[in-house]
Design a protein. Structure first.
Length: 745
């Protein structure tokens, strides 16, 4: 590897009012023949060579008659490390320029303004040659080239000030704005079966020859401000507010606002100042109270301002314009809204719903329904819809692209509604109602989900039209977007332990969903370290946006419009809301509760759920191998399905279900609260003072707007430690020790 850096920095104070500072950095990094990582790499193969095999004997790795020579017949798992070194060649080169220019104007000693322009540009070239592993056909020899360009600039202006009054009172304030523009482009070529050895050009390929071009563009405009009140520097109130307008969101919903408030009291300084006496063992003491509105408010607003408004328009149109023609469309819309409402109430608990479900205009101060009432309405909506839809019998039918979930297939909506009735969570709080709803869904003539084709999913607009998207330049899969582009998603410690400890070998799904901890610049070049997969414990306050500490999400970031099964997450990958695998686990629990005997044993359905999870990931051949290696089948742990302990059997079902529903965190979290499975590790810490150490978060707090404008209706005494209606038993006791789960009442 070679690297050249040039830094230029300049600054000056032009007069007592005006000063400037600037810096430009230029760099060029070039590397050749970076080593391969993982099982296909030299280091991995070296570690598994028996000690009695001299390495010198392996240096002859090919001959005129043998393409790949090893001490045993080479296989995909056993390769000569010297051959691997010959097999792969690569080169990557990056030119980068980044810098900034700032200007500062001092109006007075207490008021000044700043302006800043910053930019970052890089151009990366990558070439990879693969001479095949000496086992596959020589025609699999391949050449890959990539050109990637990235550009971002930020233009920011701020006015800042501070004033002191009566010696002890300080006021600080700021107001600013920013425009962030980002553009990326890429060109990837891939060829197989080169015409002549050592000639690596796409034009010389005799076999497969493909190319893909990608382009993304985004802009975010922001305004923000801060206000701070401080008294004698031992008590302070900080207020912040920010509003962003993003070009990647729909034009009528591209704005999001997030305020915060922070009150801090350094009581140790106050007590010393006023000689109030303080124990010698307290050197510093501080209390802080914070409130912020961000994710919770955006989700709340999205449901009520966007989805509920959309629902109101659709159901009123379908009902009043031509009730007969739009009958199926009316009930399909009701199913979707019931599904959204179920996820909302599972997250927040009590919520306004009765007015909205009727398609009426909601009052400014809207009453709340209990969660029991919300669930009752959801069940009735699903039952009525499943009984009322008559596939193919209405003159109006959604076109494929108008129905983002099932492409207008009305029978699939019925099967989804019935399956959703099994998924609702009242088995512990109201076992009899749960049984009635479950049995009715199981016996409904419309049936349950039948195959992977029935999975409930939506396709991001970024995806090509052929995949069900709109081929937009923005509106990508946000899991991939946040996971790779912003490095906001890493593996949890609980998931790491599930991948590694449930059986005698690593869960194969881990390898396609997660990278090993690797620096971001390596991942951008298509390289991955050989370090072990690592998860982050819940409540780890040292989490950052680095990708080399914990395992980041594995995303096909080079080919935005292409699905690649080796990098499961991608910008055009569908969102899975209720998969066929989950439906099999629902049936396994239904069989365990003796609601049905028609689908086989609970153990058979448990295995079916695992197989369908692997099938969804296009790994069907690995499913039975994984099942055989599970501890309950490899002899290292008792198989609960061989006995009569239903609680132990349910733990196995829910643990595998928790893995299968990833990355649907809403579903995994709800099932954990309902059943207390899987056995997650306790939080390291809780930032919410309402959640005691050793306790888990049980719901999400309401939007601060609700407390500001609808306080009369917000449930009293509710915070994020308050269990929702169907969560009948706390996971841990007051000492942070796990309560014994009781899911059969």
């Amino acid at each position: 590897m070679s690297k050249i850096n040039i830094d230029l920095k300049a600054g000056m104070k032009m007069n007592k009012y005006l000063s400037m500072d600037s810096k430009i950095s230029l760099s060029r990094t070039k590397a050749t023949d970076r080593p391969q990582y993982g099982k296909g790499g030299e280091v991995y193969q070296l570690l598994y060579i028996p000690r009695n095999i001299p390495l010198n004997d392996l240096k002859t790795f090919r001959s005129d008659t043998q393409r790949h020579i090893y001490y045993v017949n080479p296989t995909l798992q056993e390769l000569n490390p010297y051959y691997i070194n010959y097999q792969y060649s690569n080169m990557d080169e990056r030119w980068r320029a980044f810098g900034y220019y700032t200007i500062k104007i001092d109006f007075t000693p207490w008021l000044y303004a700043t302006g800043k322009y910053s930019f970052d540009y890089y151009d990366t070239s990558i070439e990879e040659q693969n001479r095949t592993n000496g086992i596959d056909d020589q025609s699999k020899e391949s050449y890959k080239s990539m050109e990637q360009r990235y550009y971002e600039h930020n233009i920011e202006g701020m006015i800042l000030g501070h004033n002191t009054f009566a010696e002890r009172f300080r006021l600080g304030y700021s107001l600013g704005g920013n425009i962030m523009y980002q553009r990326t482009s890429g060109l990837t070529g891939y060829s197989e079966n080169m015409a002549k050895e050592g000639i690596w050009y796409h034009n010389s390929a005799l076999g497969k020859n493909t190319a893909e071009q990608t382009f993304t563009e985004r802009e975010t405009r922001s305004v923000f401000g801060t206000l701070q009140f401080a008294w004698d520097e031992w008590i302070a109130l900080d207020l912040t507010a920010r509003n962003d307008w993003s070009s990647t969101l729909p034009k009528n919903n591209c704005s999001y606002f997030y305020p915060s408030a922070n009150l801090s009291w350094v009581f140790s300084d106050m007590m010393r100042r006023y000689d109030m006496g303080l124990p010698s063992w307290i050197t510093f003491g501080k209390l802080r109270l914070s409130a912020a509105q961000d994710w919770s408010a955006r989700r709340w607003d999205h449901f009520y301002k966007d989805r509920s408004a959309e629902y109101k328009t659709l159901v009123n149109t379908f009902y009043y314009v031509d009730r007969k023609a739009y009958k199926n469309a009316f009930y399909m819309t009701r199913i979707f809204y019931a599904f959204l409402a179920s996820t909302m109430t599972d997250t927040y608990g009590e919520m306004p719903f009765g007015v909205y479900v009727q398609g009426k205009a909601a009052p400014e101060k809207c009453p709340y329904n209990t969660q029991e009432e919300v669930y009752d309405m959801v069940f009735r909506m699903l039952t009525e819809a499943a009984d009322s839809i008559q596939p193919g019998q209405c003159s109006f039918k959604f076109a494929d692209r108008e129905d983002k979930c099932y492409n207008g297939d009305e029978a699939k909506w019925i099967r989804f509604a019935n399956t959703l009735r099994l998924a609702l969570r009242i088995s512990n709080v109201d076992p009899e109602r749960a049984r009635q709803e479950g049995v009715a869904a199981l016996n409904h003539p419309g049936g349950l989900m039948q195959s992977q084709d029935d999975r409930m999913r939506t396709v991001p607009n970024y995806a090509p039209v052929a995949m069900g998207g709109e081929d937009d330049s923005g509106l990508e899969n946000e899991v991939a977007n946040c996971g790779f582009r912003y490095s906001d998603v890493v593996m949890s410690l609980d998931m790491e332990q599930a991948y590694k400890n449930l059986g005698s070998a690593l869960d194969p799904r881990c390898r396609i969903c997660w990278y090993r901890p690797t620096p971001k610049n390596f991942l951008e070049l298509g390289r991955e370290m050989s370090t072990d997969y690592k998860g982050c414990a819940i409540g780890d306050n040292n989490i950052s946006h680095e990708t080399n500490v914990y395992s980041p999400l594995k995303c096909n970031h080079h080919e935005g419009k292409v699905l690649n099964d080796n990098y499961w997450f991608g910008y055009c990958r569908e969102y899975l809301w209720l998969g066929y695998a989950e439906s099999r686990f629902l049936l396994a629990e239904a069989r365990l509760r003796e609601w049905t005997y028609a689908y086989g044993s609970a153990e058979d359905l448990f295995k079916d759920g695992i197989r369908e999870s692997f099938n969804y990931y296009h790994m069907a051949d690995s499913a039975d191998i994984y099942i055989d290696r599970l501890n309950i089948y490899n002899g290292t742990q008792e198989n609960p399905f061989a006995g009569s302990n239903k609680e132990a059997q349910l733990e196995q079902i829910i643990t595998q279900k928790w893995l299968a529903v990833f990355p649907n965190g809403n579903e995994g979290w709800a099932e954990f609260r309902r059943t207390d499975y899987p056995r997650l590790n306790n939080h390291l810490s809780n930032k919410d003072p309402n959640i005691a150490n050793g306790k888990f978060i049980k719901r999400v707090g309401y939007s601060t707007d609700e407390y500001a404008y609808n306080i009369e209706n917000v449930p009293e005494g509710v915070n994020q430690s308050t269990r929702v209606w169907w969560d009948v038993q706390d996971t841990n006791n007051e000492n942070g020790e796990r309560n014994t789960p009781n899911n059969f009442r």
